[in-house]
Design a protein around this ligand. Structure first.
Ligand code: ADP
Length: 323
């Protein structure tokens, strides 16, 4: 191993130490707003609330039992869509479904319910990261207990995006040591990529996301050049107002309805170094990077979980510590 390897490990160790001495609570901004949805709310209404608040997920609250009842995410809406595809005659009932029926929907379409892991906000951030990687969760709720009533309370939700941003902003002295290129690290996925074209239907792309268990599909032209990216969160505006029949619309049409504040898509090259990727994460709203060649042709995709996994686990012997 050369000096580059040594420096790289030094950078990784620095970041890991940082994650062990900071808590999930540290990631939260000084003041923030948390939208919590009552489990009894109609799914249709929850969709409007997410859109109105410019958010893509929210913790659920069971007010009958005063307990945290899981997270509502775009996966739940994708499940409802799958239900609609399997039981199209049910469309009238789908409109009346409440958030608490999401578990029944999972059962009806035969998907395993996602494990609802949570962490205490004062536990080390490293622990939240490990749990996310282990359960493949993209976000994790911070759940505390009220001293007086003994009840559970959801303090906030942290995402892989927030954590990587927090790392990037606070560890420039370590991330600058990560000089190895994407190609050398084998960072991301390069084989068997799920892709679609502008003319594919939204439903086709949703089926791809379910089949591959992924949250985004690159949209390419006939020369394999990258035109756009369809993300799981793009499904939300598609079914606003119960417009399930419009899912046969094309990806092109759906993407034209993206909100004004859409952050754009980010690409990188296989020769880009990890320190440069951290610079991009520091400066922009990156949720994944599409790897392209010099002619903008699709090569691969790097998800935030790919980056987090590398940063946390590369070279660690205790690969499967349990928390
Ligand atoms: P995250 O868990 O960060 O939200 P994804 O669910 O999109 O990311 O990705 C999960 C895994 O699948 C990652 O290892 C990623 O490289 C890979 N992946 C992401 N998108 C695609 C795709 N379109 N085709 C094939 N693999 C993908």
């Amino acid at each position: 191993s050369g000096p580059l390897d040594k420096e790289q490990m030094q950078g990784l160790r620095g970041v890991r130490e940082f994650l062990k001495v900071r808590t999930s609570y540290d990631v939260l901004p000084l003041s923030f707003r948390l939208v919590v949805l009552d489990n009894n709310l109609l799914i249709r209404k929850s969709l409007n609330i997410l859109i109105q608040n410019g958010i893509v997920s929210a913790p659920l609250w069971d007010s009958k039992n005063s307990t945290f009842a899981g997270l509502l995410t775009s996966t739940d809406f994708i499940n409802v869509i799958q239900y609609y595809c399997q039981y199209p005659d049910e469309i009238g009932n789908i409109d009346q479904f409440r958030l608490c029926s999401l578990r029944d929907i999972e059962r009806a379409i035969g998907v395993l319910p996602l494990e609802t892991v949570s962490v205490h906000p004062m536990r080390p951030l490293y622990e939240a990261c490990r749990r996310m990687l282990k359960t493949r969760a993209r976000r994790i709720p911070l759940v505390d207990r009220d001293d007086e009533t003994g009840r559970e309370m959801v303090v906030s939700v942290i995402t892989q995006y927030r954590i990587l941003k927090f790392i990037a902003v606070n560890n420039e002295q370590y991330t600058m040591l990560l000089k190895k290129a994407v190609r050398e690290l084998g960072l991301g996925t390069y084989k068997d990529l799920a892709t679609a074209t502008m003319g594919s239907s939204v439903l086709d792309v949703i089926h791809l996301m379910v089949k591959y268990n992924i949250s985004a599909v690159p949209i390419i032209d006939k020369n394999n050049k990258v035109l756009n990216l369809f993300e799981a969160v793009d499904v939300i505006p598609c079914i606003k107002g119960g417009a399930y029949d419009e899912l046969s619309a094309t990806v092109g049409e759906a993407l034209s309805r993206r909100a004004e504040e859409f952050g754009g898509i980010y690409t990188c090259n296989e020769d880009d170094r990890l320190d440069a990727i951290f610079d991009t994460i520091r400066k922009s709203r990156v949720h994944r990077l599409i790897v392209v060649d010099d002619d903008n042709r699709l090569k691969g995709i790097i998800s935030l979980s790919d980056i987090l996994k590398y940063v946390l686990l590369y070279g660690e012997e205790d690969d499967d510590i349990e928390y």
